[in-house]
Structure formats: C-alpha cells, structure tokens
Write a protein of this length. Sequence first.
Length: 653
Amino acid sequence: MGEKNVSSEYGERELRSFTRSVLDDLQALEQMLSEGLIENGVRRIGAEQEMFLVDPAMRPASLALEVIEKAADPRLTTEIGRFNLEANPAPLKFDGRCLSELEAEIDDILRVVRSAAAQFDAGVVLAGILPTIQQSDLTLENITPIARYHEINRVVSKLHGENRYVQIKGVDELQLLVQDTSIEFCNTSFQIHLQVGADELARAYNWAQAVAAPVLACAANAPLLLNNHLWEETRIALFQHATDTRSYVHQARRQTPRVNFGDKWVEDSVISMLHEDAVRFRFLLTRDVEENAAAELDAGRVPELSAWRLHNGTIWRWNRICYGVTDGRPGLRIETRFLPAGPSVADEIANAAFHLGLMTELLDAGGDVRDRMLFDHAKQNFFAAARYGLKSQLTWLDGRDVPVHGLILNELLPLARAGLDRAGIDKSDIERFLGIIEKRVAANLTGAAWMTESLAGMDKRAKPNVKMRSLTAAMKENQETGKPVTEWEMATIPDSSEWIDNYKSVEQFMASDLYTVRAEDALDLAANLMDWRGVRHVPVENDAGELVGLISYRDLLRMLARGKFSGVEKLAVRDAMRTELITVSPCTSSLEALELMREKKIGCLPVVREGKLVGVVTAYDFLTVGSKLFEEKLKSVMAAVSGPNGGPEDRAD
C-alpha cells in the first residue's frame, strides 16, 4: 500500500531535509547488506490485486471510497482512480499449498468487495484495461481525493511541462493529447512479490528481468483502449506515458523514464541501482521523517527506511526492489509489476505459479543469466511480448531466436514445474496452475485473444460501445464462476439487454471515424464523398482539427435548385457550407441531443471537445436510440397507469 500521509506543501528546506533522509536510509540499507542483517534463507510471496468498479452499464463506477467504507476490510485500499481498488492479501511462506491459499484469500476479498459494491448497484471486473472506459472518464474529477494522488499528478504534470502526447501504434493507432496523469486510471495489475535472500538478490533480479517476456506473453490481458485495438498488453506502453515526468528537453537527452525496464544487468549488488534511482529521479512526494536510520541500527533496532520507501514508491520499474519487515526481520523482495489483472483469479495465480517456478529453478540451477543473455535482448523481448503476446519471437538464452509459444511449451513449463517442486509446492497445485498455462498457450487463448476474438465475432453493424459493454459484461460473468479463460465461451451481444444504458450520452454512440473536408476544397469533392460513402452530412474542419462548418446533402440540392451549380468546378466548399452551427459535447445526454435536433429541425450534430471535432451524431443514429428510449418510456408509462391486476387504474382526473 502506498504511503498516503504525504506533504503537498513544501519548500526548499523541507525538500532538502527529506533528501537527506532518503540518502541516510540508503546508507543504512547498504550497511545492513554488508553486515548480513537482511534476512537470508527464507522465501516468501505476496500479491497486490487491483480491480475496476463498474455500474450496471459496465462503465467505470467512481465509488472506491464508498465501497471501502462499506466493506470495512483492512486489506482494501485506494488507487489513483476513483473507480479502482487495490487489495493486499497476507504474505505467505513459499511452500506447500501457498498458491491455493493465495487464490482462496483473493476470492474472499472479491466476495467482500462484490457484496459492498452491490449495495451501490455496482460490481467488480478484473482487466488490465477496462474495455468500456471512455475519454470522458479520464478527468481530474475521478482522481481519488487523497493527498498522495493529487500531489503526484501536480508534480508529474509540472515536471513534464507541456501537454502530454500519447501515441500507441498497434492494430489501430491511438493519439491523445492530455494535460494530466488521469489516463493512468485505465490500468490495473496483479503484482507478485518474491522475497529472496540478500546474497542471491542481484542474481534473482536479473533472472526476473530475463523471464519477464515469456511470462508476460502468455498473461496478456489488455488489448483495448478507448475502442482501439493496440498492443496485446497495452498497459506497458500506456503506463509509461501516464507518469512520464520528462520534458521534451529531457526526452531529447534520452533520460530514463520513471516507468522503465532498465538499461543493464545488475552487477554484484542492487544498491547501485537504488543509488541511481535516488540521483536520477526527482522527488515527487515528501513527508516529515522522524526516524534516524543510522541511530536505529546503532541501537540494535530495525529501521523502517520510510523516506527511501516513499521515494522508491514513485519509481515504477517493471521489476522493482522493495524493503519490508516481517516478524522483526528486515527483508528485500522483487515486486513484479508487469502482470495485468484478470482474466480470472485462477489465471492470475497460474501466472504467478509460472513466474515463481521459473524464478526458483533458474535462480538455483540456471547460473548467472549475464553469461547467457545480452541485456538488450531481455529488454527487446519484453516489449515484443507486450506488443504481440503469444505471437512474439524472442532471443532466448545463448542467443537462440525462438517463437515464445514453443519456448513456453517445450522448455519453460518443465523448468517451472521443477522449480515449484524444488520449493516444496503441493503437487496438485503445481499440476493445476501450470496446467492452466499449458492449456492457454496450446490454445493460443490469452485474455487478450479472448477479447479480440469475441469482438471479431460480433455483429459488425453494432456500435462500438454496445460491443464493449457486451464484452465487459461477459468478462464479469465469467470471472464470477472462477473458471480460467480457456473455459469461457466467446462473448456475444445479448438479444435482450438494458440497451438504454448503451446510449446515455452522445460519446457512447457518436461516429468518430469521420470523412471531412476543408473550406478551400473543391465542392464536387464533398458531393462525391457523400455519394461514395452514403452520408448526408460532411463536417468542414481546418488543419488544426477545429470545426469551421458543415455541408449537407440538402445544401447541395438547394444550390442545384437555385441554379448555382453552373461552373461547379470553380466552387469551393466554403460556397455551400453553413457556419452557424449547433454542436454538443461528448458528455451531452442522448435525450438532450435528441430534443435539440427535434427543436432545431436539424439532422446532424457535430460533437466538439475543447474546440476540436471529435465525432458526429445524425438522425439515422437516433433511429435505434429513439426507438429504444421510446420503448423504455412506454414501459414506465404503462407501469404507472396499471392497476393491481395489470389493468388501468380508475382515476378521477
């Protein structure tokens, strides 16, 4: 759980004091490592489970604080987004039935959260990125009102300087310009912690880096963002954009981002990496620190190292070193941050089993990875796995180029089985959880593949929001069964559903893939566009994407009737377009937009955000919406006038 009690008001003196505390903590940690005070000979595991809260329409539900209060469970805490929650199961010794125990506790936590959320007509979904998130959800209003999150947003935005440009190329291409860190709300993960001894920590960290790619490839569960199909695990690209503190000057100097995989293997001790983080990355948060770590050591007590831990919590390496105290003994662990939430709890524990089995076997019997793999290959592998999942090609140990699919089935699963057996894990747990991985890889069916294959099978005429809602509802339903993703049916659009929820706002069903023209374009270009594409309205925009006019089929007919089409080759779009326009925002309710079109007798409403054209809704779009809204209204009216036997009530009026 991140430290929430931070300072949001500090000057140079407070910052220098906090900096000294961080440096003192690192010096104390270095002393503890050199004197053998860090626990050895014990391996423990832990986890962090993040999740989305959703409303009945499967949209994000900003109820985190309310659900936590209602649940009254100390294992629950907040995340930066008001529709995200984090849960922290108890750490376990890595042996016996620890994997089943972890699964059972996460199931229990989800039961508690679902029960509390149900009292607000909400539910829970596990996903790397929630398919139904829309750009209107990514606002400062949805930052959890806790000092830590607001301060991170303020400082990150200030350090970055100008608007944050997000560009992710996958099957589709996403380009966004954002002013804050709210796009981070899109991500949730399932983080695994492995405590290892101080004498093996450097080797263990390097192996964690090496195995990250194949583990991620078979765990991918985030292919969709804002209706775009991007990477198989889009979180990897998105999180770096969301928390990037580098100005354009720093990016030009190739400064390392705060979210990073690293640039080299760790040498004999991890302390050099921690030193680098302290001097490279600006302090985002401060707090009053009363502890003197050196004095605590001199007194024979275990220091908390709270200043360094606060700073370390704002550096988001995909594998991160963490410090903790268990039963009075200080320990160091590797936090694996790249795994997504979902698709089911069973899938998450299977991912953990695969990762932990590989770590154990390779750490104990694999030697030094630096002798067998270039770091650049480990890094390239990681991003290839994030982009392509089980279709990726990796450069594996000893320079072998292999498809990840075959590598997992033929080499890595046997290694993971041996590692789990070496750790004393219950044999039934080994077979069950690694069996889930084997079936998933053999079927090429990750959570990401299930989503994209489900969407491919849906009615092509359905609006994107209807598809995303149907997809998310199927995810939620399947997750509640506890079955792994390989046992799920593909998601479909149900014949009967609360369709009114699919059309509450203009953003949910507007057309965003638009054909537009410029005012200086030839008028016959607009006329041919309408003919070829079967549209009756064409927005006119300038090179900056700002709406400057609208030309309609009716406008062309009117010009034709008035004989103004003589010499059409000389006419420009500006000669026919209308410039006095009625527009709406993406958040405008569908009822309001429908009433506006009826009142103004117009057939098209351009949708504008901050002066830029982002979509269009037309009368044709409202044919479906209007009929559904009418059906809902008719049902409510009939219910209101029905008597106790289903017939009309007797009324004096």
